[in-house]
Design a binder for this molecule. Structure first.
Ligand code: AMP
Length: 173
């Protein structure tokens, strides 16, 4: 198993969810146990010696990679969701999209004050989702120590937008 094999398990779906977007579908990777565990091991290697208190997964594919990593590292797992999905008392953050705005939420007890947080998602594109997640975590008193992605779309320059945070991505396009 190597990164080239992992890349071959990411399926390009043109024009989804709208014309002009090439959707990077990670489900073939999930269907291959060796590949999924290779990705988890690479993340573990990156973070096992770092000072992390909580892992935060971004809805919804960030939950998949975040939770296996939390399990492997023996760390608490927390989730960020779109407004209205979480049942308990929430803290929210509203951010601007190209057209309109969006709101994300976490449970008020998901990130203890001063906690060092690792944010996980499947893919970094423009960085808007992750930037909003970081702001929400900071609003709760947490500290975003790192961000991890399986895939980074380099040409969208999300890394520049998130330049104040250390970023690790396994695959680059
Ligand atoms: P962004 O906020 O632009 O960095 O977008 C990141 C979020 O949108 C992540 O949760 C991704 O799962 C999703 N996303 C954006 N672009 C793509 C793409 N080309 N293929 C798959 N998922 C994408």
């Amino acid at each position: 198993m190597n990164l080239e094999t992992i890349k071959n398990l990411i399926r390009d779906v043109p024009d989804f969810p709208k014309p002009g977007i090439i959707f990077k579908d990670i489900t073939p990777l999930l269907q291959n146990p060796e590949a999924f565990s290779f990705v988890t091991r690479e993340f573990v290697r990156e973070y096992q010696d770092k000072n992390i208190d909580v892992i935060v997964g971004i809805e919804s594919r960030g939950f998949l990679f975040g939770s296996v990593l939390a399990h492997a590292l023996g760390k608490p797992m927390a989730i960020v969701r779109k407004k209205g999905k979480l049942p308990h008392v929430t803290v929210s953050f509203t951010y601007q999209l190209e057209y309109g705005e969006d709101t994300i939420e976490m449970h008020e007890d998901a990130v203890p004050k001063g906690a060092k947080v690792l944010v996980v998602d499947d893919l970094l594109a423009t960085g808007g989702t992750c930037e909003a997640t970081a702001k929400l975590i900071e609003k709760m008193g947490g500290e975003v120590s790192a961000m991890a992605f399986v895939i980074e779309l380099d040409f969208l320059k999300g890394r520049e937008r998130l330049q104040s945070y250390p970023i690790f991505s396994l695959l680059h396009y």
